[in-house]
Ligand binder design. Structure first.
Ligand SMILES: Nc1ncnc2c1ncn2[C@@H]1O[C@H](COP(=O)(O)OP(=O)(O)OP(=O)(O)O)[C@@H](O)[C@H]1O
Ligand SMILES: [Mn+2]
Length: 426
């Protein structure tokens, strides 16, 4: 009787042990894929589900070197910080002629001898000679003409940094901080085809009204507290969706250097549908083959770099892209940093569908592991006293970087390193 009891108790114990084991392995495998934090949208599980699952498996077993800092980055970080930490007494006019006369196959703007810092300082401090509506596009933005004739796009602040955009990945107004964050991110990634962008505060009565065009004044209204607010002129601009000055009378925004260049505009092959209709890339597993047939490898690698960049900030709105000197120019980065809890993995579709990556991008990414990426962005922002995002967003960018690493591991697993990494020499 006694031994029967023991046997029963022991088998019960074994049963519990097995159940615990199964549960343990189940959670191990699904923690990435199923956790609501990672937001794998259920409607997309048809075609991408197995790809996403594979990528999350790689994420769960990511080698530890992707989670620690790479000491090789330190001197690069110091150089970058130095180039942004420039001088107090600059002549803005010299800066504008330096930028305007810049001609290079490597970058849109000078990047050596403290030029990036000087440019940002000039954007922030130059006197404003004229303010007008910038009616291009769907979002409210202003065109500032600085003394010295330099043009600036000014995308005003619409949300506090901790505001969470719920809904579509391309939903909400542009985020001004996303523009500036994107610029620094590009600098850290060594993507040099992006206009310099910095936070600037402009005073409604001191900086705007004395130099506002009649057209701009016509798109202003007084709010209940008597402040002058702007509703602007753009596709989505509405009289009741104004931008108002803060208690100091200032409007904060992203001041983005305007490039008076001839861009070629292209539709992105991975453009999102703005309706419930599915796009080809969402339903065709061999979609990349088609793109490869239509675009050069150089352009494709460029689009994949842009996809990684957009995934890190969660900009899901790159419906078209501008090209200058055969390089994609990263214009319009305002739709990032909407929700720090969401990682929309399909922004990486160009990467996981084509499974190629330029070697230089990969070397750069590998150097930025373990927190270096966002640490550098924070430090660059701090040089101008700007906090560009909440801690949640900085954490989210690091988490997404791990997912980029996992996606590349997935590609290597599927095709081998020699197929994935391309040196960009064609
Ligand atoms: N820094 C810049 N220099 C020159 N042209 C620019 C710059 N930024 C944007 N543009 C041009 O202005 C257009 C509109 O700008 P942007 O895309 O930022 O506005 P938007 O309101 O977000 O537009 P959309 O709703 O179409 O995304 C761009 O397509 C581009 O051609
Ligand atoms: Mn836009």
């Amino acid at each position: 009787m006694m031994s029967m009891n023991y046997a029963f108790g022991f088998s019960l114990f074994l049963l519990v042990l097995v159940a615990l084991n199964i549960y343990f392995f189940y959670t191990l495998n699904t923690v990435g894929a199923r956790s609501p934090k990672f937001n794998v949208p259920s409607m997309k599980l048809d075609l991408t589900s197995s790809v996403f699952k594979d990528i999350y498996d790689y994420l769960n077993y990511l080698p530890s070197n992707y989670k620690i800092k790479n000491p090789k980055f330190l001197p690069i970080q110091n150089n970058l910080l130095a180039s942004f930490n420039s001088s107090h007494n600059i002549n803005n006019q010299d800066v504008w002629s330096e930028t305007e006369n810049w001609s290079s196959e490597e970058s849109l703007f000078p990047h050596t001898n403290g030029a990036p810092g000087r440019i940002l300082q000039a954007i922030q401090t130059s006197q404003i000679a004229l303010v007008d509506n910038a009616p291009k596009g769907t979002q409210l933005k202003l065109l500032l003409l600085l003394e010295g004739k330099q043009k600036i796009y000014f995308k005003p602040k619409r949300y506090d940094l901790d505001h969470v955009i719920i809904g579509n990945i391309y939903g909400g107004f542009d985020r001004h901080n996303s523009e500036v964050f994107a610029y620094y991110l590009a600098m850290v990634l060594n993507f040099r085809w992006i206009p310099p962008s910095v936070i600037r505060r402009i005073h409604i009565h001191k900086d705007i009204m004395p130099v506002a065009t009649a057209g701009l004044k016509r798109t202003m209204v007084k709010n209940e507290s008597g402040s002058l607010c702007i509703y602007g002129k753009c596709f989505y601009c509405k009289v009741n969706e104004t931008v108002c000055p803060d208690s100091k009378g200032e409007i904060e925004g992203a001041a983005i250097l305007y490039l008076d260049r001839q861009f070629k505009i292209h539709k992105s092959p991975w453009k999102r549908s703005y309706s419930t209709k599915k796009m080809e890339w969402e339903t065709d597993n061999d979609f990349c083959k088609k793109v490869k047939g239509a675009l050069s490898t150089k352009r494709l690698l460029n689009l994949i770099d842009v996809a990684i960049f957009d995934f890190l900030i969660q900009n899901g709105d790159r419906h078209r892209y501008e090209v200058y000197k055969d390089q994609i120019v990263l214009l319009d980065n305002g739709k990032g940093l909407g929700n720090a809890m969401v990682d929309e993995l399909d922004i990486l579709a160009p990467l996981y569908q084509c499974c190629i990556l330029s070697t230089s991008t990969w070397q750069k990414l590998e150097m930025l592991s373990g927190g270096s990426l966002t640490e550098t962005i924070k430090k660059l922002g701090a040089l101008r006293n700007d906090k560009l995002a909440t801690e949640e967003h900085f954490k989210a960018v690091e988490r997404r970087l791990l997912k980029v690493f996992a996606t590349v591991q997935y590609c290597i697993g599927k095709h081998g390193r020699s197929k994935v990494f391309q040196n960009g020499l064609f």
